[in-house]
Design a binder for this molecule. Sequence first.
Ligand SMILES: [Zn+2]
Length: 412
Amino acid sequence: MKLQCRIEVVNRTHMSLNIRSNGKYLNSTLALGKETKSENEYFILHFSNANKLGTKYRLNFMKQVFSKYLNEGKVTIRFEEPPHDLCIKCEAIQLKCFMKLLKQCVTGEAKNLRISTLANISVTSKDNAPSKLVIRDRSEFPSKGLPRTLETLTLAGLKLCNFRRDILLLSQLSVLDLSSNEIEKMPPEFGRMPNLSELYLANNQLGLKGEVDWRWLLGPQLPNTLKLLDLSCNELKYLPKSMWKLQRLVTLKLDNNKLSQLPATLGRVATLRYFTVSQNVLTSLPCSLMQCHLEQLDISSNKFIYDTFPNKQNIPTLKNFCMGSLVNIASKVVLKYRLFYDRKTIPWTLVEFLDNANMCICGTPVVDTVFVKKEFDLKDYFRIVVCDARSSRVDFECYFCSPVCLRKLCRT
Ligand SMILES: [Zn+2]
């Protein structure tokens, strides 16, 4: 039996000399086998990329097994000779099966089980904890399911209608490419992926049915790790207002959708550098975008109105600044000083109210929803701008936090 897992080998001789181990868990394969000559002697072979020849541990020299955290997928096996502790981390069910077989070998119950002899154990590089898998045809799916050690997975152009839920088990996955399928929705549990940094969902059918359940994107883990999000060539008509929670997002691709407006909060993603939103139906951009230090912005083929005469609109007067409600005043303070809030401390309606705050042209958060449309030249703000040939001046929806900012806005 072979077990794909992550292992840290702690050499106890080093520890007695006060040499500390590096604490690194390496992708490994453990193989349980039987000695060729003896019927009752078993051993474990440990392979990793750093140790391709493998280290042999005889079960006769096994000293102790620490299995208190077996349910969490953690076990440590201590050997007398060599004086090593194998600290194993693995998917819990697989680890339990392995430990059960190990126990049977020790107690002698494994006599009737077929366990490979040393000569028959071969560990191919594929066996050795694969970290990358590309599937371009449905027939290529591994019969044993997706290896839990995957860090990069490509399932592109397979006409998948549904998201494969076994992907949710890949806790080490950092790059997932599901482009060119027919996926209409993602499960909310996807938001719990702990290590995902690049997600390619281009050429799917997200938003086909109008209403989109965005919980998969805003879940508890994903916003902390996601750096690249490709949602181009879908059917999206809107984006969630809490999109700003993707606090590590660097690249966002939204080309070829049906977006008529971007969330006013988008500029709160301070890390955003590459943003493409060509071939949509946008008529204006949120002013918060001017706060982002974008390296590249592509807004070509949208519905911006290139008006030679500035449109006459009702400029808000000082009346808009009459004393706001207590909620508004308190919210501004919470946002200004970045005070922590969540659904456990305040009502969820308030959480939503704070999450949806807009941004003034000066960068201060604003909870009011009144805005003025104002034309700006994109080239003044962003390094590389791809836009239609007519003009690089487009309308921005400008929110304002104070009479000072409003006056500034009207003057420019
Ligand atoms: Zn302001």
